[in-house]
Design a protein around this ligand. Sequence first.
Ligand SMILES: *[C@@H]1O[C@H](CO)[C@@H](O)[C@H](O)[C@H]1NC(C)=O
Ligand SMILES: *[C@@H]1O[C@H](CO)[C@@H](O)[C@H](O)[C@H]1NC(C)=O
Ligand SMILES: *[C@@H]1O[C@H](CO)[C@@H](O)[C@H](O)[C@H]1NC(C)=O
Ligand SMILES: *[C@@H]1O[C@H](CO)[C@@H](O)[C@H](O)[C@H]1NC(C)=O
Ligand SMILES: *[C@@H]1O[C@H](CO)[C@@H](O)[C@H](O)[C@H]1NC(C)=O
Ligand SMILES: *[C@@H]1O[C@H](CO)[C@@H](O)[C@H](O)[C@H]1NC(C)=O
Ligand SMILES: *[C@@H]1O[C@H](CO)[C@@H](O)[C@H](O)[C@H]1NC(C)=O
Ligand SMILES: *[C@@H]1O[C@H](CO)[C@@H](O)[C@H](O)[C@H]1NC(C)=O
Length: 315
Amino acid sequence: MFTNKLLTCSALLIILLLLSNAVFSQKFISLPNVGSDASLEQANLFTSSSLTTPTSSTTGKPIITRSTSSITPPTTKTTSTESPTTTTPVISTTISPQPYPQPSVGTWNTSCIMLQMAAQLNFTYEAKGGNFTNGLYNIPNNASVEDSECKSQTTQFIHLIWGPETSKQSILMYFDKSNDTTVLSSIQIHLTLLSEDFPDAMENQTVQLIHKSDGEFKTPEKMSYHCTRVQKMNMTETLDAKQLIGWISVSHVQVEAFRMANGTGFSVAHDCDSSETSDVVPIAVGIALAALILVVLISYLCARRRSTSRGYMSF
Ligand SMILES: *[C@@H]1O[C@H](CO)[C@@H](O)[C@H](O)[C@H]1NC(C)=O
Ligand SMILES: *[C@@H]1O[C@H](CO)[C@@H](O)[C@H](O)[C@H]1NC(C)=O
Ligand SMILES: *[C@@H]1O[C@H](CO)[C@@H](O)[C@H](O)[C@H]1NC(C)=O
Ligand SMILES: *[C@@H]1O[C@H](CO)[C@@H](O)[C@H](O)[C@H]1NC(C)=O
Ligand SMILES: *[C@@H]1O[C@H](CO)[C@@H](O)[C@H](O)[C@H]1NC(C)=O
Ligand SMILES: *[C@@H]1O[C@H](CO)[C@@H](O)[C@H](O)[C@H]1NC(C)=O
Ligand SMILES: *[C@@H]1O[C@H](CO)[C@@H](O)[C@H](O)[C@H]1NC(C)=O
Ligand SMILES: *[C@@H]1O[C@H](CO)[C@@H](O)[C@H](O)[C@H]1NC(C)=O
């Protein structure tokens, strides 16, 4: 009778721990940005409390091993973020083509748009033989602002140009505002393939690359959009075309359109990742705390029941 109760109690405890364990590993693995300081801090907070409380309150069952296994998902994640730096290319003695350089970050201002980004294109063009091939191209960070639409309160753009006087290259970025939200509406790029950049390209070739936005760079009014990681956007030849002819990869983006003319610097940043993690972490911590309280409660009740039944036997 008494052993029966003890068994059900400990079985209940183990099931609970397993459950919270499963919830946890899922929550933390699904975090989109593991490197974020906030999520790591929260994870550490939980692991330290889960280590101390259950051991002091439980009845000597080997539950510690269960709770330590719940720590492993976050810790292995943190170590894995460091590992890529250790891999170094060994085959550098052979004369091989240099990898195309990473794009550098540029900053551009107009009276209504402030833009900071690094951008690289990967697109298809026609080679001399008539075959199509892929090429990479970085938007130079010394491109200059050609013009900008600032009067409209619904659609604004910034127009950057670079390259030799006779064959200007350009990028246009359009922004829309509605419902107190600013969003990128399209990117339009016009390239003349110069022989110094694309020696194998068919002569006098121009390429038009258009990205129709899928809601990128979305941010509330009077805030700037911020995103450090690389974002890849599909590009087609015309606005309606279905066939992809390339991608633009943007990183280190901070952009703000529909600015007041008298503002200085970027407004408060709306980060592309913090908005996603901000509600996942509190939910995970909440579930953990609830599970912890349940565990403590059940072990307390079990311990009390055992001690009272012992008391009966000794009398
Ligand atoms: C560019 O696109 C081609 C075709 O999809 C791909 O094979 C190549 O890896 C891409 N290059 C980079 C640097 O992304
Ligand atoms: C074009 O592609 C075809 C098939 O892939 C190949 O046989 C031919 O040699 C290529 N031509 C040139 C000029 O590279
Ligand atoms: C931009 O930089 C490139 C090399 O980085 C240089 O060749 C070019 O003259 C520069 N253009 C301007 C307008 O400064
Ligand atoms: C947001 O804008 C859309 C049309 O652009 C409109 O249908 C919708 O009602 C707006 N929502 C709010 C909350 O204003
Ligand atoms: C390219 O343009 C130049 C100058 O506009 C011209 O002289 C040349 O013939 C053109 N090449 C081809 C292949 O059309
Ligand atoms: C970009 O193109 C790929 C391949 O066609 C497609 O799977 C993906 O959904 C496209 N992304 C967007 C945002 O259109
Ligand atoms: C600057 O902007 C604020 C609103 O952000 C406005 O109240 C103020 O009048 C502006 N000052 C000037 C000199 O334009
Ligand atoms: C852009 O504007 C900000 C604030 O108005 C200023 O601090 C910065 O120097 C400007 N940058 C350029 C490249 O004009």
